[in-house]
Design a protein. Structure first.
Length: 153
């Protein structure tokens, strides 16, 4: 929100107020955008959980999901939760190392979803191995963090 500028005799205080109002407006817009991204991320994450339940129900009911339809149904929850996580991640404002570790997990979910959609072969196997490696690195880092944390009494 802008206010009209005053003459040189009294404009200094008013100019400072204009800058503060502009900063408040920008912060308000940023807060609204963060809220929208969080809400969308939450909806997509919930949809991913539902897709996972559909996947399990389809597996339990023999013949409910045809073999050809299984790949997109199994990829959907992985892709959705990975995308939701990656969208919300920057809003949590973690430190750079934590950002990398969390980003690695989000990327692993997305890559795993992509691997589900690929036809069997060397590329799908290599992508699957990359996903495994990302998960192993992540858990190794978690274990390392636990080691550096003093035990609770």
């Amino acid at each position: 929100m802008k206010f009209p500028d005053q003459t040189a005799s009294g404009g200094g205080l008013l100019k400072a107020h204009v800058v503060d109002c502009e900063h408040d407006d920008a912060q308000s817009r940023a807060d609204r955008a963060d809220g929208i991204v969080h809400a969308i991320g939450g909806v997509v994450a919930f949809a991913a959980v539902i897709a996972g339940v559909v996947l399990l129900v389809g597996d339990a009911a023999v013949g409910l999901t045809a073999r050809a339809a299984h790949a997109p149904i199994s990829a959907a929850p992985l892709l959705m939760v990975g995308a939701a996580f990656m969208a919300v991640l920057p809003l949590t404002r973690p430190g750079w190392l934590e950002f990398v570790k969390r980003g690695m997990v989000g990327a692993a979910f997305i890559l795993w979803g992509i691997a589900q959609l690929m036809p069997p072969g060397a590329a799908a196997t290599t992508l699957g191995d990359l996903v495994i490696t990302l998960y192993v690195i992540d858990l190794a880092l978690v274990i390392h963090d636990w080691r550096s944390t003093p035990p609770r009494m």
